[in-house]
Design a protein around this ligand. Structure first.
Ligand SMILES: [Zn+2]
Length: 126
């Protein structure tokens, strides 16, 4: 675990924001980004926002109900999610990276071919 992920993140003031390439081209090619005064990590201000760990645990609950996961499977998956920094970092991480990690963890414990994460997310409107 690196220091960056353990950082509590202290966001710089408006006047210290840095110009960086934007992920929202409709606003031009660069925009001002806040960053952390402690570790230097730039805040993710793209449309691809990270979700809270509660979101991923909810999704796991739905999947475990729909697919009759055993308690032990669910516990092991939940523990890996809990232990992954990416689900705790609402500052610099990306939602799409969280999703890749989430699916990677699921794949270790269950046959994933029958699970469509996007349709679950869409239908349940989580
Ligand atoms: Zn920080």
């Amino acid at each position: 675990m690196s220091g960056m992920q353990n950082c509590e993140h202290s966001v710089c003031g408006r006047e210290n924001r840095v110009w960086l390439p934007t992920t929202k081209p409709r606003y031009g090619s660069i925009e001002k980004h806040p960053w952390c005064l402690n570790c230097g990590l730039v805040k993710n201000i793209s449309d691809d926002q990270p979700k809270s760990i509660g979101y991923w645990m909810n999704l796991l609950s739905i999947i475990s109900t729909d697919h009759d996961l055993k308690q032990v499977q669910k516990r092991l998956i939940a523990k890996e999610i809990e232990d992954s920094d990416i689900f705790h970092d609402s500052f610099g991480s990306f939602g799409s990276d969280q999703k890749k990690t989430f699916i990677g963890i699921l794949k270790k414990y269950i046959l994933l071919s029958s699970i469509d994460i996007d349709s679950i997310t869409f239908i349940r409107k989580l």
